[in-house]
Ligand binder design. Structure first.
Ligand code: PEP
Ligand code: MG
Length: 934
């Protein structure tokens, strides 16, 4: 890592340091129009620190200060503390700051106060800790009161410091301070925080100090230097807090980066009516519209705006209150945008009518806004078309696919209108806490849509927000925590719906004289900010937004990989095609058997204990399968369709063994009504009346016992089914080719690719390929029409990858089933991995969930090797991937690098995969750094 160094004469070499090794420069000063660092030093200074250096160098009005670089944080993580050299450089920088300001930290008549903030390379909003007003103590608070001529402000600043310091540095629960504060408000009959006067706040301070003493068993430190060291270390520690770790995990940020700490002279937005503070964006982060966008509060401090404690005012109001400051702010932010060539998200404070810029960074935005801003910036000549391709994260394209509310389906009763914080629609059942959200949202197929309703969200809610389908808050603005985080997640959010009262204790929400409880249904429109009573239907979106098409039009020519979709039924195939799928990469035929008409025959086939009965059941399934395939061929007219023969273990189609055992045991005691219900439940198993139950259920249990496997995922499944019951493959092949011939005759262009699952050996492949080819010839002969087709295999077992050259003798194409390949390579059960995965991620044993992001080193190596070996045997071998990874941007990039022909993913990820594939190719071609735009 590049760290600049101090000349040796300036550093005191500590005992641990080697004699000739120059000491690391830990502390970077900025102020008076000049900074030690610069904007490109995000690795060292973090995003915030680099921005402060850059803004200072650009001559912007930035309060001076210094940044303690990330190496000190890593040192803290390694050793549990920083070296003496860090302390020394920090004191030196502090002395410089004091000299520049003509103040002393927390001392004298004009005490210097500082903020201590985290700032990592990648923005992690609200995840780590911040301390403001540091330097205040029992003495300096009086000086501040005299200097500002505002004792209330001084007391308020001090009580905030004790509260933040107590919480962040001394680990005291926020609630302990809140209780004191709320009690004081009650006692003084104050409605708002600002209704408490200086005397009341002084009483609060004394009580806060007692809280500190009680919980931390020490006094609040009066020595400002001690405060600074403790605060710095607490910020370093906050890199490792659970929220931050979790945020890094879901955003793929390396745990080892560490955070920088920014120490900066405080400016105050709460000095009275000519002071204020705000945040803003140079363009609208939700829609991308080119409008100056932001919110502010007069007589307030930073966290009042961000935490949504008071609902802020639109930035245009500032124009009325302080036109000069407004013009200056517009001028500076326009310059900033031009300088960074991207939309900026900025923070500012006005102290006694003077503007200070506190922060600027590339703003987070929705997918819609990302596309629109990129297009605008090309038009404005700020960026090139090639750069525009990288200004949108592929996963963000999901925003174009988010549903809208179907307002015609039911009567729409708007309960309240809040801010349209993050677009899309969400329909779900109310929960009031993050824990409840996690509990109720469920997993996998048992997912329940929940909407997290809070007065305001805090970083502690992150896990609940992640599982909820939508978020509603009654307080806070477009830049509140809820708004920023949901936009990043691409999740619908309505924020600051002020008409709603959220009573978290009683677990109810009151609005318009109505009370809503947990589990009540509401619908949110994140695009307009409306909160609607009840459960509306949603309308699927259209992916043909003209701006999106334009951007894709620039990206697509770079793309080498084809993008197909995994779809099992015609409706999904049509959807996938609308999103730009260039074929079906996986049609899981087993999904076709779950239809109401088909499942009885499927079950009869499984229960048959001889070939004759099995063939009879298969005969009934044949016309249905044929119709399904014809539907998919029709939808994909002219494009390839890969159809996989039956794959899952057969017991998945039968009742659960334990359930059957219970029913058999309890049958004699069941009431007549219960018995009737059983008849209905087992009607597919030739149970016609109550009298049949006694004989059929035990026979069914016996068959289920026969089929029972200890490890079904490694058992009688995949090609093993077709090898032991060749008539299944025969029926499926016949259905495919009969449908293909019928469609061809109707003028539909079909390109069937028959795919054999879970192959491990050449002979397995040869066995199944022979059946498919034989049946194809039979059908062509019977019908007098031929269809071009291919037979290939999935590569989803390590052995198949190892002997890929052999298997390619029979297989005309490979498709990596990376769900199973990950399962079999790691030896993780894909259904049970969540028992260990959270610990593995928390401990850093795995960096990512390998079932979500392809494990390049292990599974990826098999993919690369099998592709190379397969193509050695068959140079034109077509190779694709159809596991979940086929729609995940980093995995798509890897597939491009390995030289696959296509990726296949669920229809809703097709757009993402297309852009990811284009970016991967463009990165190579343009030699630019792909991926993050931040
Ligand atoms: C796979 O294993 O990656 C695959 C696509 O098949 P399935 O998920 O159906 O096992
Ligand atoms: Mg599989």
């Amino acid at each position: 890592m590049a760290t600049t160094t101090l000349p040796e004469t300036e550093v005191e070499v500590s005992g641990q340091q080697q004699q000739n090794k120059p000491a690391t420069k830990y502390v970077y000063f900025f102020g008076a129009g000049k900074a030690d660092g610069h904007g490109k030093m995000k690795d060292e200074l973090g995003g915030k620190g680099a921005g402060l250096a850059e803004m200072t160098n650009a001559g912007l009005p930035v309060p001076p200060g210094f940044t303690i670089q990330t190496e000190a944080c890593r040192e803290y993580m390694r050793n549990g503390g920083v070296s003496r050299e860090v302390d020394r450089q920090m004191e030196e920088a502090l002395a410089k700051l004091e000299a520049l300001q003509g103040q002393k930290l927390g001392a004298g008549e004009n005490p210097l106060l500082v903020s201590v903030r985290s700032g990592a390379k990648f923005s992690m909003p609200g995840m780590m800790d911040t301390i403001l007003n540091l330097g205040l103590n029992d003495k300096s608070v009086e000086a501040l009161a005299r200097r500002s001529n505002n004792p209330r402000f001084a007391a308020d600043s001090y009580r905030r410091l004790i509260q933040m310091f107590g919480n962040v540095v001394l680990d005291i629960e926020k609630a302990a301070f809140d209780e004191v504060f709320e009690a004081k408000k009650k006692q003084k009959k104050a409605k708002l925080d600002t209704d408490l006067d200086a005397r009341a706040l002084k009483e609060v301070i004394e009580e806060y100090k007692r809280v500190v003493k009680k919980h931390a068993r020490r006094d609040f430190p009066q020595d400002p230097h001690e405060q600074l060291v403790m605060a710095r270390d607490a910020v370093f520690r906050s890199w490792q807090n659970e929220r931050a770790k979790h945020y890094r995990r879901i955003n793929n940020i390396d745990d080892m980066l560490g955070t920088a700490v920014n120490v900066q002279a405080m400016v105050f937005g709460n000095l009275g009516e000519t002071s204020g503070t705000g945040v803003g964006f140079t363009r609208n982060p939700a829609t991308g519209a080119k409008e100056f966008y932001g919110e502010f509060l007069m007589n307030a401090q930073g966290e009042d705006v961000v935490a949504g404690i008071r609902t802020p005012v639109h930035i245009s109001e500032l124009h009325k209150i302080m036109p000069n400051v407004y013009d200056q702010l517009r001028d500076i932010t326009t310059r900033l945008e031009k300088h960074y060539r991207d939309m900026q998200d900025f923070e500012f404070t006005i102290q006694d009518g003077k503007l200070y810029m506190l922060q600027t960074r590339n703003g987070k935005r929705t997918g819609l806004a990302a596309v629109r801003v990129a297009l605008q910036m090309v038009d404005e000549g700020l960026i090139t078309k090639e750069e525009a391709i990288f200004r949108v994260e592929p996963n963000q394209l999901y925003d174009f696919l988010v549903p809208r509310l179907d307002e015609k389906s039911t009567k729409v009763e708007v309960l309240a209108t809040g801010l349209p914080a993050s677009p899309g629609a969400a329909v779900g059942q109310i929960v009031f806490t993050a824990e409840e959200a996690v509990k109720k949202a469920g997993h996998g197929t048992k997912k329940n849509p929940v909407i997290l309703v809070r007065a305001e969200t805090t970083p502690e809610d992150i896990q609940g927000m992640e599982v909820a389908v939508g978020i509603l808050t009654s307080r806070g603005g477009m830049t509140s925590h809820a708004a920023v985080v949901t936009r990043g997640m691409g999740k619908c959010c309505v924020a600051g719906a002020g008409d709603i009262t959220v009573d978290e204790k009683k677990r109810e929400m009151r609005v318009k004289g109505q009370t809503f409880k947990e589990d009540d249904w509401i619908s949110l429109d994140g695009t307009t900010g409306r909160v609607i009573k009840g459960k509306l239907n949603t309308i699927p979106p259209k992916a043909d937004d003209p701006e999106l098409l334009k951007l894709m039009g620039w990206a697509e020519p770079f793309r080498k990989l084809r993008v197909r979709a995994n779809a099992d039924i015609p409706r999904d195939a049509v959807q996938a095609r609308a999103f730009g799928a260039e074929g079906i990469g996986l049609c899981r035929t087993e999904h076709m058997f779950f239809g109401e008409k088909k499942i009885p025959h499927m079950r009869a086939m499984i229960l048959a204990d001889n070939e004759k009965d099995r063939r009879a059941a298969l005969k009934k399934l044949l016309p249905m399968q044929r119709a399904d395939f014809a539907g998919v061929f029709e939808a994909m007219d002219g494009l390839p369709v890969t159809i996989r023969t039956l794959d899952p273990p057969l017991h998945e189609f039968l009742p659960r063994r334990e359930e059957l055992m219970v029913d058999i045991a309890l049958l004699p005691r069941y009431s007549a009504k219960q018995k009737k219900e059983l008849v209905a439940r087992y009607k597919d198993y030739r149970v016609k009346g109550v009298g049949d139950l006694k004989t059929v259920l035990p026979a069914l249990l016996a068959r289920v016992e026969q089929l029972h496997e200890f490890n079904p995922m490694l058992g009688h499944r995949g090609c093993r089914l077709g090898i032991t019951y060749p008539e299944i493959t025969e029926m499926q092949a016949r259905a495919i080719f009969e449908a293909a011939v019928d469609c061809t005759r109707k003028g539909i262009k079909v390109h069937p690719e028959v795919m054999i699952p879970l192959v491990a050996t050449l002979k397995e492949m040869a066995n199944q390929a022979a059946i498919v080819r034989r049946v194809a010839e039979e059908v062509f002969k019977e019908k007098g029409t031929r269809v071009e087709y291919m037979v290939g295999t999935m590569i989803e077992l390590p052995r198949a990858a190892l002997v890929a050259d052999d298997i390619a003798k029979e297989a005309e194409f490979f498709s990596f089933g990376t769900n199973d390949l990950t399962q079999t390579t790691f030896g993780f059960s894909r259904d049970d991995v969540n028992k260990v995965l959270p610990t593995y991620l928390a401990e850093g044993i795995l960096k990512q969930d390998p079932f979500a992001v392809l494990d390049r080193e292990g599974v990826g190596q098999l993919v690369r090797m099998a592709t190379e070996r397969g193509r050695k045997t068959r140079s034109n071998l077509k190779v694709g991937i159809c596991g979940e990874h086929g729609g995940e941007p980093s995995s798509v990039e890897f597939c491009h690098q390995v030289g696959l022909n296509y990726v296949s993913c669920s229809p809703f990820r097709v757009l993402t995969a297309r852009l990811a594939a284009a970016q991967a190719a463009a990165t190579e071609k343009l030699k630019v750094e792909g991926g993050r735009t931040k």
